[in-house]
Every structure is written in structure tokens, then in C-alpha cells.
Design a binder for this molecule. Structure first.
Ligand code: ATP
Ligand code: LTN
Length: 338
């Protein structure tokens, strides 16, 4: 880590290894993480403990965790500047989560929309971990006293809860945690499904045509965009009621850096078919270097292991400072074991 890094503000974010990252994960979250590295001290991790709140085969979780790790690096995260680790390698997160559970109300967890959505999706497995998920997320953030948390819009409710827990704990035990801020990207904070543009694009969507994966090849990307659901109108404009076109314009703007207004002008008078093809090509070209870098990294398991081991060691050291402070504040008898 660079000299003077200790004075830099701290950024932290996580992503679940529930599948190959989608264009939504990429535009709404991960691609913004790289550029933050020069200005901030950054910690990024694979949230494997969050991933087991829904059923996942052990072998699949192991594979996807490694793949997610390589994808983060392929998306421009530089280990010279940031720590990238696996959540379960740093046990202090879940140790803090237990303490924070006791400063969290049942009522506030019941109001979390992600809990309600996932309970509806998996009615046969509404487990306590799914309910408690936001408290572990609060612990992930508060254990490092993160200043800022870059996430997509869908995670803002969880972040707000983390802020409430921090304030409540500070009020009860005295100043302990920094109260974190969110960081939402200006464009693409919520990329929608290509098949139902009223729903967010999600890794765990069962319809492959709804989702662009960052490792999809060019032909696949173009085919999926060609099939994207739009409307029965013919005008390429950004306005209410045109969810499909709005989403395509947002994506186009996010990958080309052009404003939505400029994009609308560029396609004025053209048909939806031409527009969809142009969006597909722009996305495929934008993602090509990520795909190439991933293909290189995933071959080198020994390198990946060396990276996640070293980073987890550093993260553990940092996190113990907060955990020890918290244990002392709540009245646990000190031990030499930590
Ligand atoms: P799952 O389908 O397993 O719930 P997910 O695709 O929603 O996964 P997460 O791992 O929960 O992805 O999210 C990782 C990051 O990507 C978070 O910061 C989240 O806000 C962001 N994100 C997820 N989906 C989108 C989306 N469609 N648009 C913008 N950002 C998104
Ligand atoms: N809940 C997040 C992943 C996540 C996270 C975090 C993000 C787990 N812990 C801490 C930011 C900070 C998600 O599903 N996207």
C-alpha cells in the first residue's frame, strides 16, 4: 500500500459470489471501484458468507468465489493500491456482527426490501441468515470504520441501516464507529433486466436473455441486446413509461461516456433495431479487455491464492483494532488471545 495511505479516507465494498458479474454489477458498482483507488484507501471483498443465505452447492460456491476474485482484479482493481479479500477469511466481520445484532431491532430488519424479495423468491428457505444479512453487512463496513461505501441503489437501504446501527451503538457505548456515507454512481446506479425493464438486472436471474454477463462474448452480447424488450412506440427518447429504451440509453451512456441527451440526438430518427445493435457493440467493445484479463488471471490459481491470503492477513490486522475496542466497550473480559 502506498505511503501516506493512513491519512486517506477509507472506501469499502463487497460483492456476492453468486454468479458471473452482470453488466449491472459492473456499471452500478465494480467498475467505479478501480478509479477510487488513487484517492482513497480501498478494501474490496467477496461476500461468500452473504452468499450462503440462499442455497448454493459447496463446490459451486468455492468455484464462484475464486472466479469472482479474478473478476474483481480483471475489472481494474490493483493490489498495489487496494486490499481484495474473501469475507470468510476474515472472521472478525462475523464476530462484530454478533455484537451488532444486539443493537438491531427485529422490526427494522423486517422492513428490508431485499429480505422481503428474497423470502418471496425462496419461500422454502427463509432462514435466519437471510433475515440477519444486513447486520453482517453493517459489520463488514463498521469494522474498518469505512468513510464511504460505493454500491448500487438497491443497497442503499442496507447502508442506511448500517448508519443507524452505528449511531445507536455510539449513543449507547460512546463514540466507537464512523458513520459511513454511500457513494452512488452518477449514471447506471440501477441497470434493469433486458427482458423485464421494470426489474433490476440480477446475477441470480434464471432467464439468461435478461442479463448481460461481463464475460459474455461479443456475439452473445449482441444477440441479447437484439432481443431486449422495448415498447410498441418507435421513438428513441428518455422519458417515463419507456423503461426498456431508458435502460438501453443508460447503458449506452455508461459505457461510452456520452450524456443521455447526446445519445438521444445520435439515434434520432433511427429504428430500435439499429439502436439495439449499436448498444450491443458498444458494450461488447467496452467489456473485451475485462474478458481477456479474466481469462489470463483465472489460469493462475497460485497467484490468486497468494493475493487473497496476503490481503486477508492485512484486513484481519486492521479489523482487530475495532473488534478489541468494541469488546472492551460492551464489557467482555479482555484476553491475550487476540
Ligand atoms: P444477486 O442476484 O445474487 O442478489 P446481484 O446481481 O443483485 O446479486 P450483488 O452481489 O447483490 O449483485 O451486488 C453487487 C453490487 O452490484 C452492489 O453494489 C449492488 O448495488 C450492485 N448492483 C447489483 N445489481 C445492480 C444493477 N442491476 N444495477 C446497478 N447496480 C447493481
Ligand atoms: N450486500 C451487498 C454485498 C455486500 C456489501 C457489504 C456491499 C456485503 N457486505 C459491505 C458493501 C459493503 C450486495 O448484495 N450487493
Amino acid at each position: 500500500m502506498a505511503d501516506g495511505a493512513t491519512e486517506k479516507k477509507l472506501i469499502l465494498s463487497g460483492i456476492q459470489p453468486t454468479g458471473t458479474f452482470t453488466l449491472g454489477n459492473y456499471i452500478g458498482a465494480v467498475r467505479n471501484w478501480g478509479p477510487l483507488q488513487d484517492q482513497y484507501r480501498c478494501l474490496y471483498f467477496i461476500a461468500d458468507q452473504h452468499a450462503i443465505t440462499v442455497k448454493i452447492e459447496p463446490a459451486e460456491l468455492r468455484k464462484k468465489t475464486l472466479e469472482a476474485y479474478a473478476q474483481l482484479l480483471a475489472c481494474g482493481i490493483d493490489l498495489e493500491k487496494s486490499l481484495v479479500f474473501v469475507q470468510s477469511h476474515v472472521p472478525t466481520h462475523s464476530q462484530l456482527a454478533w455484537v451488532l445484532n444486539c443493537s438491531t431491532q427485529f422490526g427494522e430488519l423486517s422492513r428490508m426490501t431485499q429480505f422481503k424479495d428474497k423470502s418471496r423468491k425462496h419461500p422454502d428457505d427463509i432462514n435466519a441468515g437471510l433475515f440477519d444479512y444486513p447486520v453482517l453487512m453493517a459489520a463488514d463496513i463498521l469494522i474498518y470504520n469505512a468513510d464511504m461505501v460505493p454500491v448500487g441503489v438497491d443497497q442503499m437501504q442496507h447502508l442506511e441501516l448500517a448508519r443507524n446501527i452505528a449511531n445507536r451503538f455510539n449513543g449507547r457505548y460512546g463514540e466507537t464507529f464512523k458513520v459511513p456515507e454511500g457513494y452512488i454512481p452518477p449514471v447506471g446506479a440501477k441497470v434493469m433486466s433486458l427482458q423485464d425493464p421494470t426489474k433490476k438486472m440480477s446475477k441470480s436471474d434464471t432467464n439468461p436473455n435478461a442479463v448481460i454477463l461481463i464475460l459474455d462474448d461479443k456475439d452473445t452480447i449482441i444477440r441479447k441486446f437484439k432481443r431486449a424488450v422495448t415498447d410498441s412506440d418507435t421513438e428513441i427518447a428518455f422519458r417515463e413509461g419507456k423503461d426498456g429504451i431508458n435502460n438501453l440509453l443508460t447503458i449506452y451512456s455508461a459505457v461510452t461516456g456520452k450524456s443521455i441527451d447526446d445519445a438521444v440526438k445520435e439515434f434520432e430518427g433511427q429504428g430500435y433495431g439499429t439502436f439495439k445493435l449499436a448498444v450491443g457493440e458498444a458494450v461488447a467493445d467496452h467489456l473485451a479487455p475485462v474478458r481477456d484479463e479474466y481469462a489470463r488471471l483465472i489460469q493462475d490459481k497460485a497467484y490468486l491464492k497468494e493475493c487473497y491470503t496476503k490481503c486477508a492477513g492485512e484486513a484481519l490486522k486492521m479489523s482487530y483494532r475495532t473488534l478489541n475496542k468494541v469488546y472492551k466497550k460492551v464489557g467482555f473480559v479482555p484476553t491475550e488471545l487476540r
